[in-house]
Design a protein around this ligand. Sequence first.
Ligand code: ACM
Ligand code: ZN
Length: 544
Amino acid sequence: MKRISLIIAACAFITGCTGTIVSDKAVSVIPQPASIEMTEGSFRLTAGTQANFLYEAPELEYVAETLEDMTEDIFGKGIKMNLSSLDASKGINFILDEELPAEGYKIEVAEKTIDIASSTAAGAFYALQTLRQLIGAEAFTAEKVKAVEIPAVKIEDSPLLGYRGTMLDVGRYFFPVEDVKKVLDIMAMHKMNTFHWHLTEDQGWRIQIDKYPRLTEVGSIRKRTIIGKDPNGEYDENTPFDTIPHGGFYTKEQIREVVDYAAARFITVIPEIEFPGHSLAALASYPYLGCTGEQYEVRQSWDIEDRVFCPGKETTFEFLEDVLSEVVELFPSEYIHIGGDECPTKYWQKCPHCAKRMKEEGLKTFRQLQGYGIARVEKFLAKHGKHLIGWDEILEAGVTPNSIVMSWRGTEGGVKAAKQGNRAIMAPSTYCYFDYYQSKDRENEPLAWGGFLPLEKVYSFNPFEGLSETEADYILGVQANLWTEYIPNIKQAEYMLLPRLAALCEVAWTAGRGSYGDFLTRLPAMEEMYDACDYNHRSNIEKR
Ligand code: ACM
Ligand code: ZN
């Protein structure tokens, strides 16, 4: 790779700077492109630059909007979009190249043109995310920018993993739509393409369901919340609680707004409706859903809850099918996540309905009873053209080959799934739980769930370890999980995500083939971009 020397703009960080910014960011792209070659010269981007779309595709409007917003952020006014143009002699040209992989792209920055080739609008969108990084953060923070000199470069790029996910738990703490959109913006910047929206929990039900209004009237509100950590690790009468109700839910209109906002960023939204565990908020809303029919309260502390859906009662499945019927209408995703994790069987063991079901169905163990429930849900989803995703416990309960396993208790579940021919997503707590501490310096870190997941560890994740090449084909991708027991607001969520999402996006994009040392040389430019966007992030990389 040939590197040319670049003049670093003296005015880069001076507010009030007027004039030209010379970017030196061409070699600082995250995730690392497949190939990048510096060439001679630069392209001068100004408010007068035109964008030419040389082909038509429905989602190209999102690409145009992105470029318009991006240039508006720099110049105070977006550049002109020629949505059907034949002239590619100057400006930013969007070109169709059907030979390129679905999410791949090529960028060639030259003196008169920036050519962006892709076979899909998604590829063009990712090219713009790269272009934003080639432009560099200064252009987005300095005032009165007249021009940005973007160094000439040729980039060819495509992701190695098709599923690049981020999960947000809105059950423990509710995040308003504006905050969810911020998470989607952060994801887009990292070329992540799947948002897993954890919508139901013991501590809160967050999605409007017309047929069951109490889910949000009752189930979305807990009357108080545990404060800090219980010193004994167990909750008892001495456990401190606040006295403030916590609630919130998304209306159907808001859900559609989020799905559309995500689509404009080439992000698919996968909803999670937890079954049979993590469901106390649903049981508090409709007591008949539990084994005993008792009236419960929405859970106010964390950890695993014993009171779960009763898979013995037919009415539980009626409820689930009604709920899922409304859910599949809202989410175009081919996948629906139904949880399946951490489901104690304490209440099932004493339940006559569960006993009857087990006898009728010839089920020997309570895990088989769980498997019976999951299989019914899977069949129902299949009727609606949807595939089921579940946490790796669904393997113990027995799954059909169509189910997708999300491996969280290490990678073992994903490995087992792939070996038996189930597709899997790798989200092991050991590499992907961003609710864990980023540093050992706990005194200076916000209170977190526990664990220790520094940046380097995230980066070191090899999602294919223990798998042959053929088995590795069953790994759809990787996912960052942000559980929010100790993440009450978006600023803290940003802090836990960044910069670890930069490391994981590179794992996803390059399938774990990058070098951490090289990544660290590119990270400061990304952190400048976080600052330009006013994202809260962990910083000072030398000290990590
Ligand atoms: C999980 O962390 N219980 C999936
Ligand atoms: Zn029961």
